[in-house]
Design a protein around this ligand. Structure first.
Ligand SMILES: [Zn+2]
Length: 59
């Protein structure tokens, strides 16, 4: 039941900062990328100001 101790360490080290572009309006945003490739805009939990929630990562 308590065999998984890694949960305690799962904080900022499991996600990384990146730049992404909104799929709709093309706005560039700073985002968090999680290990399973989910993209979450930094400072905006609801997505792009235009209302879009899909982003393309920039390299
Ligand atoms: Zn947008």
């Amino acid at each position: 039941m308590c065999s998984d101790e890694k949960g305690v360490m799962m904080t900022d080290t499991t996600r990384k900062r990146a730049a992404a572009r909104c799929e709709d309006c093309g706005r560039a945003l700073a985002v968090w990328v999680t290990p399973d490739q989910k993209i979450a805009p930094i400072g905006s939990v609801s997505g792009c100001p235009c209302g879009e929630t899909s982003f393309r990562l920039l390299n």
